[in-house]
Design a protein around this ligand. Structure first.
Ligand SMILES: [Fe+2]
Length: 209
């Protein structure tokens, strides 16, 4: 039992270290991919889906100015445990603005309108999705995170949160983050690394159970 746990931890660590590139190797070795853990929805999912809810959260219809904050490209693949890409999955994200405020009446009702706050897109045949958004910032009581919800027609499949690897100190103090096992934390945490110029990117690959 113990050696099996160690083996599983080794596999997950290898996947995370290599940005999940070893998916094919894991599968070739007869393993199913570990399911992405769920996490709390939180209180700030939009009351009404905004009319501007595309996958570019930095460009808001009718707004001339850009949002302040560190721009980030968040992308990945949605697959099943066999590594088969999920075509047509709706991926939604929502997060607070640079001042820590959500586009939600329950969070004061005064978000920065230069930031879209919520976005959605549907995966292609390769299961791929991508968003242009802000690197998330902390707000009272929470380490930086981006909320995710994945659905396929007629089914809610997963609600979870993506955490920032470079925020290990804040993550270690976050009640929701601490509620996950180390294996789960690893699956929900991505590096927001530099990709040239002032741009940063994070890869978050999602496995549906
Ligand atoms: Fe949140």
């Amino acid at each position: 039992m113990k050696s099996r746990q160690i083996e599983r931890r080794r596999l997950i660590a290898a996947m995370v270290a290599a940005g999940f590139a070893p998916w094919q190797r894991l599968l070739a070795e007869g393993n199913l991919l570990p399911v992405t853990p769920s996490d709390a929805e939180g209180p700030f999912y939009p009351v009404d889906i905004p009319s501007d809810s595309d996958n570019d959260l930095l460009r808001v219809v009718g707004m001339k100015d850009n949002s302040p904050g560190q721009f980030a490209y968040v992308h990945g693949t949605v697959a099943d445990r066999h590594g088969t890409p999920v075509d047509g999955a709706r991926v939604e994200i929502w997060q607070c603005d640079e001042g820590g405020v959500y586009h939600h009446p329950g969070d004061g009702g005064k978000p920065d309108l230069r930031f879209q706050g919520f976005g959605a897109m549907v995966t292609n045949r390769a299961g791929a999705y991508h968003f242009r958004t802000l690197r998330p910032v902390p707000y009272t009581g929470r380490t930086p995170h981006i909320h995710f919800r994945i659905s396929t027609p007629g089914f809610d499949r997963l609600t979870t949160q993506l955490y920032v690897a470079e925020e290990s100190e804040r993550n270690a103090r976050d009640a929701l983050y601490k509620g996950h096992t180390p294996d789960e934390q690893a699956l929900l945490t991505s590096a927001f690394g530099a990709v040239g110029g002032s741009s940063i990117a994070a890869e978050f690959n999602i496995v549906l159970g």
